[in-house]
Design a protein around this ligand. Structure first.
Ligand SMILES: CCCCCCC[C@H](O)CC(=O)SCCNC(=O)CCNC(=O)[C@H](O)C(C)(C)COP(=O)([O-])OP(=O)([O-])OC[C@H]1O[C@@H](n2cnc3c(N)ncnc32)[C@H](O)[C@@H]1OP(=O)([O-])[O-]
Ligand SMILES: NC(=O)c1ccc[n+]([C@@H]2O[C@H](COP(=O)([O-])OP(=O)(O)OC[C@H]3O[C@@H](n4cnc5c(N)ncnc54)[C@H](O)[C@@H]3O)[C@@H](O)[C@H]2O)c1
Length: 718
């Protein structure tokens, strides 16, 4: 709702009151109409101040209403009514003014912001465009180039930048409300015509076409296949070239097209599932609601390699003091140098004051960890080494200290067995680069206690990451699902495809990089090392093992052969591609003839592999593993799997995540295709449809949010 009060000085104050973010629900819109009408009709009122309760102006339209039939007064005429008011309307922007919230403020005649506030037209992140006049008013206010950037990226703009750009008229460190009231008194009685943005013309560069073309190129690089940012460009073009009324018509047409799109549905699903992941539960009844996290005042990181450095920076950035431990002086020195320069860059970029950073001390002595509340181990992926460290930590650390491991897939319970307090051992699986990537898989072993899970999830929040609780199995959720996906990519090469063909299909789907480019970037030796550990190749492989089979299942030795010949990816200048110019992947004729020789050596008839087959075999095998994970209770819900893939594995947001995508495609189709591919390739067991998928199809393919109820909780590993 919206509260109305009159205060001395002939000012009416209208306060949006809809916790937690004052979203513009049907009731709020009705109340705004009513209160603005009341203020304009009241002879005693000379100016109106519009603000939000609880220090937040407005989080925009109520997204929950988008999946229901729209009721109540629409936003556009409501904002027009405010703009048309003869009495000045001043918006008080505290906290946030996002989406429809900023559009509402743009309909006001003046905007006063608190210095801590943020504004933005964030609709594009929900698969939409600002459809309450935002695409037409913002370019008129700040010019086409700046508006184009804000509308197509949906980025959050600080109050300082907002005043620089002209989005707000004034920024204050003290009370924005008091400032606005005083300001309103000074403009009461002035003519409001010049303040109506709908009457302005958008400042536009001479070469509008090349500006818009450049934006489309960037959109294609950032989110290929996404409809909303392209529609945003079209709407801004309308603002630059058409009168306001016609621009508004264009905005509405484009919104009507986006509003019912599968992409908008997928992105709004991502918005809610990301928040739902924080509400974790385990079958034992422990949950975010009934388990209190331990406070973390002091943390430690063991190992300052690729991951440890980023983890230390994340902790420090959250204001947590860190002790970083290495094995030898040289590595310690290199780690310290790298961490310090990362922190300097970070604080420059984010404008963080040094005082807000947690101090980092560097040591070779594990005994310094006796007062830490939480330790994160990030040493080599070696079970014996990890067990040795957990055993040492048990004697050094306080008995209530939480011991976390950053392993990418080793058995958490085996690591815990080396600790004196297995119930306080938990996996905290960060993703590279750890100070950038949002995902944190919180891996719960069979003996991990609820308090350990709660503390790790609380830590994720403090680090501004998205924590998702998963069960203990090889590769957990994310990496486990990647394996069949990667294997299919190898098999497709064996059968006749080229790396660039596979990558193109995946990139057209929306991944920023195809799987072969990704492997070249992270180094082919990473997977090679783990296959050697598992005895799939290298010295542990029993003599006489068939080249293309392991344990009766199909195996591709292609990546092993590449590694043996020194092709490790970008770092060696060649892998699945050739890198003559640093980081630029070009198809390699050598690889093409190598693949031809390989096929003839093993008598494989090369064939033209179609784009549909590439996409289906890669994605459906990954999805099928997701169903197995649900069946085994390694993930609590399909939503959790989707959050992991969207926030940690570059799954395109406008596709919702693998499980959501499977539902959008149609579960019967996914089942049918898997059956078909499994019939054709009976030696690839992963292609055999999981019983969970069959069960869901038999139950009529219910929507994703209903799957959780159908999952057999008794098999849960959480
Ligand atoms: C044809 C039809 C025409 C329509 C016209 C459209 C006009 C317009 O252009 C469209 C929009 O405005 S689109 C909208 C554009 N707006 C945006 O894109 C802003 C989206 N919101 C945000 O970015 C963040 O929530 C904030 C930064 C506002 C707060 O962050 P924080 O402090 O970390 O808090 P938190 O944990 O994030 O959220 C707390 C709770 O509030 C919930 N909730 C939040 N916003 C909601 C909303 N708008 N609605 C409903 N609910 C919303 C959220 O789900 C959560 O509840 P849950 O039960 O736990 O799920
Ligand atoms: N690199 C990735 O992309 C990635 C992603 C997620 C998880 N992980 C996991 O994170 C862990 C670390 O991986 P990484 O890539 O950072 O490894 P890395 O090889 O880059 O670094 C490991 C560091 O640990 C140090 N170390 C080894 N033994 C030590 C000891 N006893 N005490 C203190 N320090 C010791 C080494 O000196 C080295 O600096 C592994 O378990 C890995 O599986 C890696």
């Amino acid at each position: 709702m919206a509260l109305y009060r009159r205060i001395p000085g002939a000012i009416a104050v209208i306060t949006l009151t809809n916790p937690p973010v004052n979203a513009l629900s049907c009731t709020v819109r009705e109340a705004i109409y009513e209160t603005v009408k009341r203020a304009t009709a009241d002879q005693e009122v000379k100016a109106i101040v519009l603000c939000g309760a609880n220090g937040k102006f407005c989080g925009g339209a109520d997204i929950k209403e988008f999946s229901r039939e729209m009721r109540g007064p629409p936003l556009v005429p409501m904002i027009d009514m405010i703009e048309e008011s003869e009495k000045p309307v001043v918006a008080v922007i505290e906290g946030v003014a996002f989406g429809g919230g900023l559009e509402l403020a743009l309909g006001c005649h003046y905007r006063i912001a608190h210095s801590g506030a943020q504004v933005g037209l964030t609709e594009v992140t929900l698969g939409l465009l600002p459809a309450a006049g935002g695409t037409q008013r913002l370019p008129r206010l700040i010019g086409v180039p700046a508006a184009l950037d804000i509308i197509t990226t949906g980025r959050h703009v600080s109050a300082q930048e907002a005043v620089r750009l002209g989005i707000v008229d004034k920024v204050t460190d003290s009370s924005a409300m008091e400032e606005a009231i005083e300001f309103a008194k000074t403009v009461a009685g002035e003519p409001m015509g010049p303040r109506r943005l709908s009457l302005w013309t958008a400042a536009c560069p001479e070469d509008l076409d090349s500006l818009l073309e450049g934006a489309l190129v960037r959109i294609r690089q950032r989110s290929r296949g996404a409809l909303a940012p392209v529609a945003c460009v079209q709407a801004v073009r309308a603002a630059a070239s058409l009168p306001f009324a016609q621009g508004m018509k264009k905005e509405q047409e484009l919104m009507a097209y986006l509003f019912t799109s599968g992409q908008a549905r997928a992105m709004q699903y991502c918005f809610f599932t990301q928040r739902a992941a924080a509400r974790w539960t385990t079958p034992s009844g422990a949950s975010w609601e009934n388990t209190k996290a331990r406070p973390v005042r002091q943390a430690a990181v063991i190992g300052l390699g690729t991951m440890g450095k980023g983890i230390a920076v994340s902790l420090s950035r959250a204001g947590i003091p860190v002790i970083a431990v290495e094995t030898e002086q040289k590595r310690l020195k290199a780690g310290r140098k790298a961490v310090n320069s990362m922190l300097t860059r970070e604080s420059q970029k984010r404008g963080l004051a040094e005082a807000h950073l947690g101090s980092i001390s560097f040591t070779l002595d594990l005994r310094k960890l006796r007062d830490t509340d939480l330790v994160i181990e990030a040493v080599f992926e070696d079970m014996a080494l990890k067990k040795q460290i957990f055993s040492k930590l048990s004697s050094v650390c306080r008995p209530d200290a939480l011991l976390c491991t950053n392993t990418s897939g080793l058995n958490i319970d085996e690591i815990a067995s080396a600790a004196s307090r297995p119930e306080l051992v938990v996996g905290t699986h960060f993703f590279a680069p750890a100070h950038v990537m949002k995902l944190l898989e919180v891996v719960c072993g069979p003996r991990t206690s609820p308090v350990a899970v709660a503390t790790a999830m609380q830590l994720a929040k403090r680090l501004e990451k998205i924590g998702v609780v998963v069960g203990n199995c090889s590769g957990f959720v994310g990496n486990r699902m990647m394996r069949p996906y990667t294997e299919q990519a190898y098999y497709l090469l064996e059968e006749g495809a080229r790396p660039e063909e596979v990558d193109l299909v995946l990139e057209e789907f929306g991944f920023a990089m195809g799987i072969f480019r990704v492997m070249d970037l992270s180094g082919l030796d990473v997977g090679w090392r783990s296959r050697k550990e598992l005895g799939l190749t290298g010295p542990k492989l029993p003599p006489g093992t068939e080249a293309r089979s392991r344990g009766g299942k199909r195996y591709s030795p292609l990546p092993d052969i590449l590694c043996e010949s020194g092709r490790l990816g970008q770092k060696t200048g060649r892998g699945w591609y050739l890198y003559e110019k640093e980081r630029v992947a070009t198809p390699d004729p050598w690889l093409q003839s190598f693949l031809e020789d390989y096929r003839s050596r093993f008598g494989i008839q090369s064939r033209r592999v179609g784009q549909d087959e590439i996409l289906e075999r890669c994605l459906y095998s990954l999805i099928n593993e997701g169903f197995r994970i649900l069946q085994e209770g390694i993930a609590a819900s399909p939503e959790d799997i989707d959050v992991i893939y969207v926030s940690g594995y570059g799954w395109p947001r406008h596709r919702g995540g693998p499980m959501f995508y499977a539902w959008m495609v149609g579960l019967p189709k996914v089942l049918d295709k898997l059956e078909h591919y499994h019939r054709t390739h009976p030696d690839i067991p992963n292609l055999a449809p999981s019983s969970m998928l069959r069960k869901l199809v038999a139950r009529g393919s219910p929507p994703v949010h209903q799957w959780r109820a159908l999952i057999q909780q008794h098999s849960s590993q959480l």
